[in-house]
Design a protein around this ligand. Structure first.
Ligand SMILES: [Zn+2]
Length: 302
């Protein structure tokens, strides 16, 4: 209701882009190689990869230690599949930078109608990485994303991660196994919302905020990132209500992914929200991508 008319055509274009990209990726990855990695489904190499090592995290494969220095300045890329051969089948992109460093996990598509986070995850996945490891899951709930609905018939994926207990669906279990297997230094979960957190402008909602986990310096890093976002994108360009803020700290035993990352792994995590209120999809993608990259950089991954 509150979105300008242009939004709908933009979202329609976005749907087409996402659909075609997804099918291209599925075909390309499946054509190379497939093997089982623990409980995480299949792994396959990109066309750039000479010899995939199923024991992911082995950065020496194809790298300097093999004596082949020609690969040392490009990232090593692998693709994993969660929920293979089901309607929920979805791809995970693992990018190892030439220089070792911390590991970051980026998740989009927990809620299927929040397209900005999906596209931002794809953009981050496409960037060249210099340092660290990135694990990117753009379409977490592939059924919800396919249907462009908030949730899929299995319910809200981001309520299936109870702290101190196993995740409550097979998809949530596989996603959690993936996260624990890569032992992340930071996890970022992209969302968008109808409204703006703490503002009277527009409908109620959670947008224009970063919700940090209780762990470590997360709240300070969120504050720094919020200031960066406002200086780069908001001040002078949008009404004050659009200024990014730091949301409440994700603490306690609520069953969102970032709660579990904090509670069970005691690792930093962030849930980011942009608003759909009078913003274009392109703008929301730009903001979400910038927030994600800034947060990753603050955790030593770039
Ligand atoms: Zn959401």
């Amino acid at each position: 209701m509150n979105d300008p008319n242009g939004e709908h055509s933009a979202e329609r274009r976005q749907r087409n882009t996402l659909s075609s990209r997804r099918s291209i990726l599925t075909g390309g990855a499946a054509a190379i190689v497939s093997t089982i990695v623990g409980s995480v489904g299949s792994v396959s190499a990109s066309e750039h990869e000479f010899c995939p090592d199923p024991s992911t995290g082995d950065r020496s494969a194809g790298g300097p230690s093999t004596g082949d220095s020609s690969d040392s300045d490009t990232s090593d890329r692998k693709t994993l599949t969660l929920q293979p051969n089901t309607a929920y089948e979805t791809e995970v992109f693992v990018i190892d930078a030439p220089r070792p460093g911390p590991t970051g996990v980026v998740v989009g598509g927990m809620d299927g109608n929040e397209l900005a986070g999906i596209e931002a995850a794809y953009r981050i996945r496409e960037q060249e990485l210099e340092r660290g490891t990135l694990v990117v899951l753009p379409e977490a709930d592939a059924v919800a994303v396919e249907q462009r609905t908030y949730n899929s018939p299995r319910g809200n994926l981001n309520r299936q991660f109870p702290v101190g207990q196993p995740p409550t669906s097979s998809l949530a279990k596989e996603l959690w196994n993936l996260i624990t297997s890569v032992d992340p230094n930071v996890v970022i979960d992209f969302h968008s919302s109808k409204g703006i957190w703490g503002s009277d402008l527009g409908p109620d909602g959670y947008g224009q905020a970063i919700y940090p986990s209780v762990v470590g310096d997360s709240r300070q890093i969120a504050a720094d990132t919020v200031e960066f976002m406002n200086e780069e994108y908001i001040y002078g360009a949008y009404p004050p209500a659009y200024q990014f803020t730091v949301g409440n700290t994700l603490v306690g035993d609520k069953p969102k992914l970032i709660h579990k990352v904090a509670g069970d792994l005691e690792r930093p995590g962030y849930l980011t929200e942009v608003t759909r209120y009078n913003t274009s999809l392109d703008t929301r993608i730009e903001w979400t991508t910038a927030m994600g990259e800034r947060l990753l950089r603050r955790h030593g991954i770039w």
